[in-house]
Structures are given as C-alpha cells and as structure tokens.
Design a protein around this ligand. Sequence first.
Ligand code: HEM
Length: 307
Amino acid sequence: MTNLIEAPPAATEQWRPLVAAVVDRLLDDLVRPGPPVDLVAGYTRLLPTTVITRILDIPGEDRERLWHWAEFGFATTERDPDDVTRAMKDFTAYTAQLVSTRRRDPGDDLLSTIVQATDREGDIPEHQLVHLLCGLLVAGQETSATALANAVFYLLTERPDAWRRIGADETAAALATERLLHSIPLGINPERPGSLLRTAEDVELGGVTIPAGDIVAADRTAASQDPHVFPPHSLSRLFTPLEAGTLAFGAGPHFCPGAWLARLQMQLALHRLAARLPNLHLTTPTTAITWRHGTSTRSPLHLPAAW
Ligand code: HEM
C-alpha cells in the first residue's frame, strides 16, 4: 500500500508551537471558571477550528460561519437540500473572496502561499483552487473535533488507568493517538457503509475482478479490523505502535493532506489536557450523554466534566 506516511513531515512539525499555544490558551479558558465544564463546547470543538484559522490567517470571528458550512457540507443528515445548496454557494463565494484578497495582498500564511504557488504554476483553474481551499477550511474541523471528542469520551469512561500516563509522557500520548484514530471510527452509517469510490482500472480483489469505471463502497472501518493485519482488541494495546499503517486517513492520491496536523492536534490536546487535569472525570453517567449523528460522523454533543 502506498501513501502511508511513516514520519511527520517537517512542514507539519513547523506548526507544533502554534498548535501547542492554541491548546494551552484553550485550556486556560476552560479551567479558569472552575468545574463543571463542557469539554465539547470549551475544548474539542474549538481546537481544530482555531488552529486552521490561525494557520490560514482567517479572522477568528469567521469561525462560527466555517462551522456552519462544515455542518452543511459534511455532517448533518436532516438538512433541506435547498439550504445545503445555498450554504455551499455562500461558502464558495467566501473562499473565492479570500483568494482574491490574498492575491492582492499576500501574507506569510498558508493560504497566501497556496495562492502564490498556484499562480506560479499557471494552469490550475480558479474553481479548483477555490475547491481545494474550501476543503482545507472545513474538512479538518468536523473530523478532528469528532475524533478528539470520541477519544476523550473513551479514555474518561473506559480507560482512566491510561489518563495519567498520557498526561505524563508525550510519546505515550502520540502512540495512544495513533491507536485511537485507527480504532475508533469517526462514525458508522449502516445505510451506506464505506466511501464511494470509482475504479480507475480493472482491480482483482479476492478472486473477483472489479472492472474499471465501477462504483465501489470501500469500507475503511472494516479494513482497519482485518484480523490478518490487526490483532483483535486493538485498544487494549494503547501504548504500543500500530501493527501496520492505518487507513484512518485514506490511501492513494486523495490521502488526507491534513493527516499529520490532525495527529499533532490530537496528541497535544490529549497530553496537555491530561497533564493539566489528571483527575478529570465526567460528571454524568455515560447513558445520559447525547450523541450527534452526521452522515459520516458520530460524537458526543456534550461532555460535562470536573476535576
Ligand atoms: C482526525 C482527523 C481527520 C481524519 C480522520 C481525516 C480523514 C480523511 C479521509 C479518510 C480522507 C479521504 C481520503 C481518501 O479518499 O483516500 C480525507 C480527505 C481530506 N482531508 Fe482529512 N481527515 C482529518 C483531518 C483533516 C485536517 C486537519 C485537514 C486539513 C487541515 C483535512 C483535509 C482533508 C482534505 C482537503 C481532504 C480531501 C483530499 C482529496 O480529496 O484529495 N483533513 N481526510
């Protein structure tokens, strides 16, 4: 399998101080009023959107709008199609406006760098550039916030034994992050399992030939539990390296470009939350937690907690 990245690229490591500063700032704000707090509203939901707006140098006050568009684009199953079309039109116009502003007045942010690189390249259509940036703006919010909230829920409810180690040791937090990302699916949609992909060429799989041009539902969650590759009860080995590269971020030409940023965010978020609040616990029984069900993601709506 190609495109399974083995080590964080330097480009991601350069964001470490920024991500760490955002995590610390959010933790200060979370802890200041004292318990109880909602870890979703005050931490897991804020982190990815704050990080991406800082990296792309988008005004902080635009964060709620980006969430709104992310929710229309990816998350909720019960949206009126006309509302979705309108939201996507507004989002595209917003992003196109950002492109033209940065083209006129570039900064040293990632958005300006991408616009300048595209212009140097010359033959990349404007709508493709806007589409890419729309993806960067929202594809990481829903996914990263979901993965982090689900991980915190799992650790606080099922693995309080692991919490102090994650807080004490950043390497342990990194190992746990990889396993949590791999083992806890972002969501399950029983009506439409997997991602719909089109075969670019004839593919032979398990003695069956899938002809080029066919649509297939590739279920990464099932592949991630293949017992020939990953022994069962993966989460019981939270602090040992994964047995093989994870498919949590896909594979091939559309491999998630935010994979290492997502890992970095989650690792620092878990490590620093556990270090700051080693006695963190939920203040409500797990059966009282309500869940948000999106088209492809599922996560707790609230995580009331104290320390
Ligand atoms: C836990 C967090 C995340 C998970 C689990 C995740 C997972 C994925 C997956 C499975 C894909 C599809 C890959 C494929 O089709 O083979 C994808 C694509 C993508 N992701 Fe992520 N992602 C995460 C975070 C992020 C972040 C932080 C960003 C950006 C800052 C991002 C940006 C994108 C974009 C732009 C694509 C589309 C790539 C393309 O179509 O070529 N993702 N992601």
